[in-house]
Design a protein around this ligand. Sequence first.
Ligand code: CP
Ligand code: NVA
Length: 320
Amino acid sequence: MKPGYSLMRHYLQFKDFRAEEYAYLFERARVIKQRFKNYEKYQPLTDRTLAMIFEKASTRTRVSFEAGMYQMGGSVVHLTTGDSQLGRSEPIEDSARVISRMVDLVMIRTFEQSKIERFAAHSRVPVINGLTNEFHPCQILADLLTYLEHRAPVNASGYDLNCLEGKVVAWVGDGNNMANTWLQAAEILGFTVHVSTPSGYEVDPAVAGVRDTGCYKVFKNPLDACRGAHLVTTDVWTSMGYEAENAERLKAFADWCVDAEMMAVAQPDALFMHCLPAHRGEEVTAEVIDGPQSVVWDEAENRMHVQKALMEYLLLGRIG
Ligand code: CP
Ligand code: NVA
């Protein structure tokens, strides 16, 4: 972190930041994105290094963090379980102590949330959650930035986050890391998630870390969850790490495919999002994901812009 800036923060779950910090971050993301689109050089992280630790596969998370760090003047080190001592049972605490003496920032994609928390507890530098079994906060950052870009007025201090209040996000599918993170975002930013999952795959407020009132409502029928929604979103039926359950999930989730009928009962201008990778014909039809209400490519691109704002914030604090 820059000299004189001593407040070390981690970003391990969405509720690690307050609403007012999100307002700042989305505005920084907007400015950073605009500059990048104008080919204006912005390299506040020259000589800084990001270590990226992947214990699960990735396309977007790797490319967005790596490209984003280079664009800001820094470098990255890419580690996987298979090509590091992490896969040969070096304790996570020791890995954290060593890696964090050599780099300025760490991004981790792993299995249990407890693992990233143990790493962070022994790290000298900020740690970012690049997806765990329980949460995917960087993805929801990108999803919200995308929603704001498409739907929010920009006032003198940036996007007006008040526009999120009272909005409805329909979550159709697995009660997984994405669903949990949507719930945390709803609790902090004042919207409601309508959750519909097959039985046995419900969200658990204790795991999501939210009070089980107010920020979400549960619907048996996914069509009812979508009714009146401003945003309809879903995710793969089988998340990474749960592949052994694939066959039973294919059967259980058959009615939780976002299709034109679900989009038709949502608001007429409802957006569709998916964190990707997508399986057309499973959790979403090709007609919806490739249709006019889908903003999935903006959503994927925004991972990079919002994570640049996040890295800047964790390393340099507020700019200006
Ligand atoms: N959405 C997302 O995190 O994609 P990757 O798994 O490709 O990183
Ligand atoms: N829920 C999915 C998200 C992938 C980006 C998974 O954890 O595999």
